[in-house]
Design a protein around this ligand. Structure first.
Ligand code: LLP
Length: 443
């Protein structure tokens, strides 16, 4: 756990973290919109994203691979990080490609009007139906993760008489990633195929009529904060590409996955230019087109989860701030012990306090911030120096743009929160709050 006081202090001036949020006249703003205005409009909890922050993150990664030292590349934003249709459209307009892991994500991109030629399909458990849909659409690349999947892909391609552009996701056996649950590139993980088997598969299908080898891919983990594991993995991948070339298999695409970490509290993220330089150096001599699948770094810091204080209470000397957001809205703290700082976005004048909440005296220095779900794990932060709050005050949970809303559930029959996209001094509802009817539809 990072030093909470230092972290909270730093977030007292969010501009030090992100130029797209600021405090003006005592109120937290996203771009030029005060967040209490959004909360008054759509209620809480609510996800709010900065359009400018998403665009800037996409552009700075793209630029890191452009220019004199650049290489041909396509950023294939990892849809799983935040799959809202408006965000997919925004990224498509910026020129992004996309990385998907399900038929559902393929369908989202179809509805967002994305060209299938900009889609790569990863995942250990693609079903026959999903493979068929992606073949029909004519996607850029299948990242195959097992021999059995490759058999199905070849059979379906033959049936549809459509050649499948494919690569194998190799497991480079590199240890990386911020948490055991999000580390993927080690030999004991389920992802990818080990190099020995991958080579065998490339050769076995070398002259296949329906499989055209076009690529190789690897994704070593998520929330990676140093360039070293990336460097080790790209060196291995480059060796594999050369070895395959000697065997007569020339690959056009090298897909290096995602995994770039972000600052949630006190982390120091890796320098994008150094990351790009290391990868470019390894890939340039191969003459391959580089594909990247970043998710978190594009959308993570661009979002906050807004919530209101419902109650404060003290049990055995410990103070709890009960908020109206919960683990069903944002799972990362409960699932990974992730620390997402929470700060005060706006105080509510006593006269405007919602009638549904009871006012109590302001709370002391360190508090646990907990949600209404009936689980002990429904706790966002422990012993957190939130500052004085009272019922009705508006809080913001930071770093909520990635793996937030996409992992929300209806646990405890709670409707999923709305999503709002801020653009300058305007904001737009990009997903409405679920109704109770939405929740029971299908039952
Ligand atoms: N490509 C593949 C094949 C992946 O499996 C992932 C993430 C990405 C790209 C994007 O990784 P990113 O750039 O976002 O690190 N729910 C977890 C993260 C799970 C990541 C799964 N795979 C969390 O909240 O930290």
């Amino acid at each position: 756990m990072p030093n909470p006081v230092a972290t909270a202090k730093r977030f007292a001036n969010p501009a030090a973290f992100t130029p797209f949020f600021s405090i003006r006249a005592g109120k937290l703003h996203c771009e030029r919109v005060p967040l209490d205005r959004i909360a008054a409009h759509v209620g809480t909890p609510a996800y709010v994203y900065s359009r400018a922050a998403i665009s800037a993150a996409y552009r700075s990664l793209d630029r890191a691979f452009a220019g004199a030292n650049g290489i041909p590349h396509t950023i294939c934003y990892s849809v799983k990080a935040n799959s809202n249709l408006s965000i997919l459209r925004l990224l498509a307009r910026l020129g992004s490609g996309f990385d998907i892991v399900s038929g559902g994500e393929l369908e989202r991109l179809r509805r967002a009007g994305v060209s299938p030629r900009k889609i790569v399909f990863s995942g250990v458990g693609k079903t026959r139906e999903e493979i068929r849909a992606a073949l029909r659409a004519g996607i850029l690349l299948f990242n195959v993760e097992s021999a059995a999947e490759l058999e199905i892909l070849a059979a379906e391609a033959a049936r549809l008489k459509k050649v499948a552009a494919a690569g194998i996701r190799v497991n480079p056996d590199v240890e990386a990633g911020g948490h055991p649950h999000i580390s993927t590139g080690h030999h004991r993980h389920k992802f990818g195929v080990d190099w020995h088997d991958a080579r065998r598969l490339y050769l076995a299908y070398k002259d296949s009529r329906w499989i055209r080898w076009q690529g190789i891919s690897a994704h070593i983990g998520s929330q990676i904060l140093s360039a070293a594991p990336f460097r080790r993995a790209i060196a291995r991948l480059a060796d594999y590409v050369r070895e395959l070339r000697r065997e007569g298999i020339a690959l056009k695409y090298l897909d290096f996955g995602g995994g770039i970490g972000v600052r949630y509290s006190s982390e120091s993220p890796l320098d994008l230019r150094a990351y790009a330089a290391a990868i470019s150096r390894a890939v340039r001599p191969l003459g391959c087109h580089l594909l990247l699948e970043p998710g978190r770094v594009i959308v993570g810091p661009a979002g906050v989860l807004l919530m209101r204080v419902l109650y404060t209470k003290t049990n055995h000397g410990k103070t709890f701030v009960v908020v109206d957001a919960a683990m069903n809205d944002m799972l990362r703290p409960a699932l990974y012990g992730a620390v997402h700082p929470i700060t005060i976005a706006a105080h509510v004048a006593a006269a405007f306090r919602p009638a549904s909440v009871a006012a109590r005296p302001a709370v002391p220095a360190r508090v646990d911030i907990v949600g209404p779900v009936c689980e002990t794990g429904d706790c966002f932060l422990r012993d957190w120096p939130l500052g004085e709050v009272n019922s009705g005050d508006l809080l913001a949970l930071w770093g909520a743009g990635a793996y937030g809303m996409v992992a929300a559930s209806n646990y405890n029959s709670r409707p999923r929160a709305p999503e709002i996209l801020v653009d300058g001094s305007r904001f737009r509802l990009i997903r409405r709050r679920e109704s109770f009817t939405d929740i029971v539809r299908g039952e």
